[in-house]
Write a protein that binds this ligand. Structure first.
Ligand SMILES: [Zn+2]
Length: 83
C-alpha cells in the first residue's frame, strides 16, 4: 500500500510550471566533454546548451549568485563517481 501525501518536496520531473525555483533562475551544470555544450562558444554564438538535468537554455553570462540546480548536482555526482 502506498500513501499519497500532498508535499512540496522536490520533484524529479522537469516541469518548469511548478511553483518551485524556476530553472531559468538556477545555475545548471553542463557536460563539457560534449563539444555541443561549450558554454563559451554558446554565449558567443547565441545557441542552446543542454544541462545534465536535461534543461536547455542559451547561456549569456556566468550564473554567479544563483542556486545550483539540484538535479544537475545529482547527475554530476554520479559522473564523478564513475557512473
Ligand atoms: Zn539543471
Amino acid at each position: 500500500m502506498q500513501l499519497a501525501t500532498p508535499s512540496s518536496e522536490t520533484l524529479t520531473q522537469p516541469d518548469s510550471d511548478l511553483d518551485s525555483t524556476d530553472p531559468r533562475d538556477c545555475a545548471h551544470i553542463v557536460d563539457q566533454r560534449d563539444p555541443a555544450n561549450d558554454v563559451t562558444a554558446a554565449v558567443v554564438e547565441g545557441r542552446e546548451v543542454t544541462a545534465l538535468c536535461g534543461y536547455r537554455w542559451i547561456p549569456y553570462r556566468q550564473p554567479q549568485g544563483r542556486p545550483v540546480c539540484e538535479t544537475c548536482v545529482e547527475v554530476y555526482g554520479r559522473i564523478q563517481s564513475g557512473g
